[in-house]
Design a protein. Structure first.
Length: 428
């Protein structure tokens, strides 16, 4: 299967709206700027080429049916399937095994989103796996299902909420999937009780070493689980923020060097206990998160090539960084890039495969170029903040306006004394 038009889209529309003050209206029918959420979702998918829809209904099925029957959607086919009793987000799939396409998209009915479906689908089909989960860092990882991945984005652990000190970063499940039909082997024909994807099925799939991947994206996907979130979604919609984050449109970013900018500079952070955030880091990132810029970390970590630490150690350090930021004020990096290489040989214990003259070690701009490709970033309207001339050189090489955080007068043109000075200029 290569064509988006062949994919079925399954919407889970069984959520109750009682907690949201919607009375007996199901959540997916909540009004977003004059149009019910569910209708927005269908139109969005239809515009991107989806033709076949399945609505998995539970609570409020008759209201959903009644609503959809009044609407005229051209050239699409909507099947409504009603659970005889609550089966859970995964359990209800036992009802549709024979009517979905070989690969199919799954979306929760309480999500407000706008994303480049083609980009997500082509990434997912290329992975040739059982499941791809859209995932992103967020400002409330404490009460989100979290995902641990390896360097290839393969899922190695799925940590359902509630959790205490999970050994992973801030990468949460956005409840937006692409599945292969192979996933039905985890759904029994007859469901006893309730089966949920996050609680029951994904952890089991990870334990069976099923091929599951993450698509790490920065587009707008949020649930409308509380009254406040509905209000926020309406505001974001009005401001155009939901649409503008779609990868179809150019994004802009602020790139941050890590050591000496985000964390205290010591002579190489090789142990997790040595990692300490700089005083202004969380506050700075929060400002970026609230702006229209992505926050992206780009860091040289030659300690890996030199044998001072392993990749796994670095990942643990980055997990700690993400949790320190989340704990401080809910701030986050949209993505993190590191270069493990180092060109000069001659260190005892060095790792040969990383001892290369690569394209990613700053002052080369490889990490910025890679991030730009993945997140469709317009580098010429992006910025970089570093504390070394190498950073500035990397930025300028690809037309990224760069700031040098330093005390002495190294480079008057780019120099700043505090990161907030740079942000004041960028965000003014
Ligand atoms: Zn490199």
């Amino acid at each position: 299967m290569k064509n988006i038009e062949e994919l079925t889209a399954v919407f889970l529309v069984g959520g109750k709206g009682t907690r949201l003050g919607l009375g007996d209206l199901p959540k997916p029918l909540v009004d977003i700027q004059g149009i019910p959420l569910l209708e927005r979702m269908i139109l969005n998918f239809q515009n991107q080429g989806i033709k076949n829809f399945i609505m998995l209904c539970g609570f409020g099925a008759s209201k959903i049916e009644a609503h959809l029957s009044q609407k005229q959607f051209d050239n699409i086919n909507i099947k409504i399937i009603i659970e005889p009793k609550p089966l859970g987000t995964a359990g209800s799939f036992s009802l549709i095994k024979d009517i979905v396409s070989d690969k199919f998209i799954v979306v929760y009915g309480d999500l407000i989103f706008d994303l480049d479906l083609n980009k997500f689908v082509s990434y997912s089909l290329n992975k040739n796996c059982t499941a791809v989960l859209y995932a992103h860092p967020n400002d409330h990882p404490f009460d989100s299902d979290l995902i641990k991945i390896n360097l290839d984005n393969k899922i190695v652990d799925f940590i359902s909420k509630p959790h205490v000190n999970p050994s992973c970063g801030n990468l949460s499940n956005a409840a937006f999937y692409l599945f292969d039909k192979a996933i039905f082997k985890y759904i029994p024909e007859k469901i006893e009780g309730i089966l949920d994807w996050g609680k029951d099925i994904f952890p089991k799939m990870v334990a069976k070493k099923e091929k599951m991947y993450v698509y790490r994206g920065t587009e707008y996907i949020k649930d409308i689980g509380t009254k406040e979130r509905i209000l926020k979604a309406n505001i974001d919609f009005k401001k155009g923020k939901i649409l503008s984050k779609n990868y179809k449109y150019k994004q802009k970013a602020i790139f941050f060097d890590r050591d000496g900018v985000i964390n205290e500079e010591i002579d190489g952070v090789y142990e997790i206990s040595k990692f300490k955030l700089r005083g202004e880091a969380a506050e700075i990132l929060k400002r970026v998160n609230l702006s229209n810029f992505l926050a992206i970390c780009v860091t040289n970590q030659p300690g890996i090539a030199k044998g001072f630490m392993k990749i796994e150690d670095l990942i643990q350090i980055h997990n700690k960084m993400e949790w320190l930021l989340a704990n401080a004020n809910g701030s986050f990096f949209d993505d993190i890039y590191f270069c493990p290489h180092h060109p000069e040989k001659g260190f005892p214990g060095e790792i040969k495969k990383y001892k290369i003259d690569c394209e990613c070690r700053k002052p080369k701009p490889g990490m910025l170029i890679e991030a730009a490709k993945k997140h469709n970033i317009d580098l010429s309207s992006s910025y970089l903040i570093g504390d070394n001339l190498r950073d500035i050189e990397a930025g300028e090489a690809v037309n990224v306006k760069s700031f040098l955080l330093c005390e002495e007068s190294l480079d008057k043109e780019h120099q700043i004394n505090k990161i907030s000075e740079a942000l004041d200029q960028i965000l003014k």
